[in-house]
Design a protein around this ligand. Sequence first.
Ligand SMILES: [Zn+2]
Length: 231
Amino acid sequence: MERRLSDTVENYLKVIYDLSSDNQRVGTGQIAEMLNVSPASVTDMFQRLASEDPPLLNYVKRQGVALTEDGKKAALETIRHHRLLELFLHEVLDYSWDQVHDEADRLEHVISEDFEERVAAVLGNPQWGLHGKPIPSRNLVMPDLDTCYLRDLRPGQSGLVHSVNDDDPGLLRYLETLGLVPGASFEVIDFSPYDNNLHIRIKGENDVVLGASVTVQIRVEILDLAVDKER
Ligand SMILES: [Zn+2]
């Protein structure tokens, strides 16, 4: 990306990328809530980014926005910076996994492509970030993942924690004490439909009951029990 975008623009593109993962158009209200700004300023930004040359967004009034190819590339570039920086802060500078996000949020906008490449090289060109999310490749390709939210599992199902949201340090510390970190396996013991609590048994750890505010922040891979039994 030769074009310099402002921090604000990069943050918009990143949030739109996150919210449009299922190819849905993203509405003003969703962005206003995520970025904690007024709907009017979101609309202004949508119009501005849609009229850039080349446009970063495709904006249809009352239907929201979708990223153009250029917008998507810019979002992935920022996400690549963010996830490489988080891993670098942890592996090289000894930050714990709940301390890296805010630092990376600031640094992701300022590092050069050369700096990015050196960080990637020092880390051995990693494919996965500290919290389990994929790092877009140098060519800005994101792998396709077969994961779902822990929230969607029901009793009898087993899974492997794939990734956790990285922006709530308290949640990260809590998950670490539970041993519910990327790579941990678990089985679902019980589900209560009214409050959406999931009772899960974490392999090698204690049982825990988690509410929907937690289970919606954890992506898991469902384990096929039939395959396990054959082994
Ligand atoms: Zn982060």
